[in-house]
Design a protein around this ligand. Structure first.
Ligand code: HEC
Ligand code: HEC
Length: 292
């Protein structure tokens, strides 16, 4: 290795490195790099001239093109808000039948309703509205308070056993704890209630079922109906269908009859506008019709 050696063909100095007779020349960086950097710099300068860029003392340089993303975003938001307000106005002023028949409005109901339901109702009633232990199915079970949209909207507005002054009120009495029925009577009426949704049980224990039927007529029919199919006047549920808020096995039914039940559905009047409440009622009906 020889330092300070000049290559006789190119005139460049060598770096002093040599591999099997091949020497490395100490030649300058190729020009293409400067060209490359030059393009970047030119592009950068032009871009900062055209677009909002350099910070200054009293604001930033706005750019020669006058592009302002904030204005563009604000405009998009205010356009969307105006559009939403227009939809909500129509939902507020039109009746349920008219809204239901309007495909465009129903598309808004499905879209907005889905989001409102997911954020506010799904925690108790589950995402599809099929209910959870202690929270009724509002997608499939017969409605305790009625199935028409006005009734559903009213339930959403005032709630059930809620703090709203006009709340719907419903209570399943504590027949055992409050001493209205003795132990044997409770066993009998529970055995009867079990048969209502599962008739096979009646054959297994005919005697308590007959007593239970009489006890039901005397103590329960006033709220649940003579046929046990529930009554919208009392908000008492149908006991003959396969849907249970608190459970349809013997133990759960016994707990309901012994200790009573009083579920709380919050009032949503303070949270939603009347149009949003209507929209949610329509969304619930849509869930019931399996369109969600
Ligand atoms: C904190 C839990 C909770 C939340 C949140 C909740 N609900 Fe309820 N909801 C209940 C309970 C509990 C009942 C049944 C009350 C009863 O019968 O004693 C009920 C009942 C209902 C009913 C009446 C069902 C019937 O059979 O008539 C409707 C309709 C309803 N809810 C809709 C909604 C909607 C829509 C939302 C969201 C805006 C919502 N609920 C949010 C707990 C809740
Ligand atoms: C004062 C009215 C009233 C009377 C009387 C009454 N119930 Fe109820 N019952 C209700 C209401 C309202 C509910 C719903 C409570 C809730 O959802 O929080 C209910 C709920 C129930 C449930 C739970 C249903 C479920 O989905 O889990 C059972 C079981 C039941 N009642 C059985 C009976 C039996 C048996 C009797 C008679 C011994 C009776 N009820 C008498 C009003 C009444």
């Amino acid at each position: 290795m020889e330092l300070n050696e000049r290559d006789k063909f190119t005139g460049h100095m060598t770096t002093g490195h040599e591999w099997n007779g091949i020497k490395e020349l100490n030649s300058p960086v190729p020009r293409v790099v400067w060209l490359f950097l030059g393009v970047f710099a030119t592009f950068g300068i032009i871009w900062t001239l055209l677009m909002p860029s350099w910070p200054g003392v009293s604001g930033y340089f706005r750019g020669l093109l006058g592009v302002d993303h904030r204005v563009a975003v604000e405009q998009t938001i205010s356009e969307a808000a105006a559009e939403k307000a227009a939809w909500l106005d129509r939902i507020a002023s039109e009746d349920f039948d008219a809204i239901g028949a309007d495909g465009e409005l129903m598309a808004v109901v499905r879209d907005t309703g889905k989001a409102l339901f997911a954020d506010n109702c799904a925690a108790c009633h589950s995402a599809g509205g099929t209910g959870n232990a202690g929270y009724p199915s509002i997608a499939a079970a017969p409605m305790m308070w009625g199935e028409d949209p006005e009734t559903i909207a009213e339930t959403i507005r005032v709630g059930i056993n809620s703090t709203h002054p006009e709340t719907r009120y419903a209570q399943m009495l504590a027949f055992g704890r409050d001493g209205m029925l003795g132990r044997a009577e409770i066993d009998a009426v529970v055995a009867y209630v079990e048969t209502l949704s599962d008739p096979a049980i009646a054959e297994a224990q005919p005697e308590p079922v007959a007593t239970g039927e009489r006890l039901f007529a005397d103590n329960c029919a006033g709220c649940h109906g003579v046929d046990a199919k529930g009554m919208v006047e009392t908000g008492a549920p149908d006991l003959t269908d396969p849907f249970w808020t608190y459970g349809g096995d013997r133990r759960s039914i016994r707990t309901s009859v012994y200790g009573g039940r009083q579920g709380v559905m919050p009032s949503w009047e303070a949270r939603f506008s009347p149009a949003e409440i209507k929209l949610l009622a329509l969304y619930v009906l849509d869930l019931r019709e399996g369109r969600q």
